[in-house]
Design a protein around this ligand. Structure first.
Ligand code: 5GP
Ligand code: ZN
Length: 118
C-alpha cells in the first residue's frame, strides 16, 4: 500500500524510533505515547485491520503478541503491560494498517477505559 504510513515505516521510507525488526514484524515507539512505555508491533505485510486478517495469517497474528510480550520484558515491564488492537473507525483505529499497542510503566490504570491514573 503506497500511501499507508505504517507500510512506509516498515519499508524504511519514513523513519521511526525502531526497537526491533525481523522479516515479519517491526516494533517502534508510538509517536504520541499515552503511557510511560508505549510501542507498536506491526506486521510488515499490509493488513488493514484485525477484521481484515484471514486464517493464512494466523501464525503472524500470534507472532505479533509474542514479540510484543518479549519486547515488553526487554523494556523492563516485569509487572505487566496492556495490549490493545483498535479495529475499524468504531474501534478507535486511526491508522489502517494492523498494529498492536503495548502500554506499560508506572501509573498504568487497572481500568481499561483509562490509560494512566494521573
Ligand atoms: P490507532 O488509533 O490506529 O490504534 O493508533 C495509531 C497510533 O499510531 C497512534 O497511537 C499514533 O500516535 C501512532 N502514529 C501515527 N502516526 C505515527 C508515525 O508516523 N510514527 C509513529 N511512531 N507512530 C505513529
Ligand atoms: Zn500498510
Amino acid at each position: 500500500m503506497t500511501d499507508c504510513i505504517f507500510c512506509k515505516i516498515a519499508n524504511g521510507a519514513i523513519p521511526s524510533n525502531k526497537i526491533f525488526e525481523d522479516d515479519d514484524v517491526l516494533v517502534f515507539h508510538d509517536i504520541h505515547p499515552v503511557a510511560p512505555v508505549h510501542f507498536l508491533v506491526v506486521p510488515k505485510v499490509h493488513i488493514t485491520s484485525l477484521a481484515h486478517a484471514d486464517e493464512a495469517q494466523q501464525a503472524l497474528l500470534g507472532k505479533l503478541l509474542l514479540v510484543g510480550a518479549r519486547v515488553a520484558r526487554e523494556l523492563g515491564l516485569a509487572d505487566g503491560f496492556r495490549t490493545i488492537v483498535n479495529t475499524g473507525a468504531g474501534g478507535g483505529q486511526t491508522v489502517f494498517h494492523l498494529h498492536v499497542h503495548v502500554l506499560g510503566g508506572p501509573g498504568l490504570s487497572p481500568r481499561i477505559a483509562e490509560v494512566v491514573t494521573h
